[in-house]
Design a protein around this ligand. Structure first.
Ligand SMILES: Nc1ncnc2c1ncn2[C@@H]1O[C@H](COP(=O)(O)OP(=O)(O)OP(=O)(O)O)[C@@H](O)[C@H]1O
Ligand SMILES: [Mg+2]
Length: 250
């Protein structure tokens, strides 16, 4: 089984990398017969610390016999024999990332073929060469796009750089963009213009989206077994990702 490396990438801070990684990893783990892991290489350690906090809450809930959505989801996944997906934190105690260490870990995981998909959560900035080195080891890069003109500028530059890497044969087999914090109400004519530009540049625009939601805090989790709000568009995104993963494998 070939392991496919996926990252949700964007050079902009707060562009939705960690949230989307969490939603996709949790849903694919719970609902598909796929072995998933997440590698946290972000010095902020958002993903791995979130999982650690969730495990503390679950243990407390089990100990006190006070069930919550989270501990119920955990119990159901455990009962099904799935448990939770693996999360590896690859950040040193001084919040530095040792590129050589991470690259050798990536090579090991490639050889091991234990997982179907490993998501990598790392800062998107292209100014630091070590994150560029990591980016080009990825098979699939999904780029969240928030439709406003500032984000667009930065996302478009990022996509053009990635396209250059791909054209030079530097890695990255699949590149696609999807709407993040998408809202029908706020959908502007500008959005369609952006999307046309992308299609002209031969960049794959996915149909699945992450909708804008004030309740994001309630359903964002590394341990999900229940139905999500906006589930259809998220499941659509999951299916499209699985399709890209299968294309990489074949
Ligand atoms: N679907 C959503 N609807 C509304 N707000 C959202 C949604 N998803 C994420 N957010 C908010 O957007 C912000 C950025 O999300 P996130 O942390 O996932 O971005 P990031 O790209 O990982 O950021 P960083 O560059 O700091 O790692 C967070 O404050 C989060 O609560
Ligand atoms: Mg993040």
């Amino acid at each position: 089984m070939k392991t496919v490396f996926v990252t949700i990438g964007n050079q902009k801070g707060g562009a939705g990398k960690t949230t989307t990684t969490m939603l996709l990893a949790s849903l694919l783990h719970a609902r598909c017969n796929l072995k998933i892991a997440v590698m946290d290489i972000d010095p902020q350690k958002t993903f791995s610390e979130f999982r650690d906090r969730e495990m503390v809450l679950i243990n407390k809930s089990i100990e006190e016999k006070k069930w919550s959505d989270l501990s119920r989801a955990y119990a159901n996944l455990t009962k099904d024999g799935k448990g939770v997906f693996d999360v590896f934190a690859k950040v040193l105690p001084n919040e530095e990332v040792d590129l050589m260490l991470v690259l050798s870990e990536i090579a090991n995981l490639k050889k091991l073929e234990k997982y179907d998909i490993i998501f990598f959560d790392f800062p998107g900035y292209l100014a630091e060469s070590k994150f560029i080195r990591l980016l080009v080891t990825m098979d699939v890069v999904l780029v969240p796009f928030y439709p406003d003109s500032f984000s667009w500028q930065s996302t478009y530059m990022y996509l053009r750089t990635l396209k250059k890497f791909i054209d030079k044969g530097l890695g990255i087999k699949k590149l696609a963009i999807f709407g993040f914090r998408y809202s029908k109400a706020r959908r502007t004519r500008e959005f369609d213009v952006y999307m046309d530009d992308l299609k002209k540049a031969n960049i794959n625009v996915l149909q699945g989206k992450v909708y804008d939601s004030t309740g994001i805090e309630d359903f964002r989790s590394t341990i999900i077994d229940y139905d999500l709000q906006e589930e259809k568009s998220l499941m659509g995104l999951c299916d499209e990702l699985v399709e890209l993963v299968n294309e990489v494998r074949n």
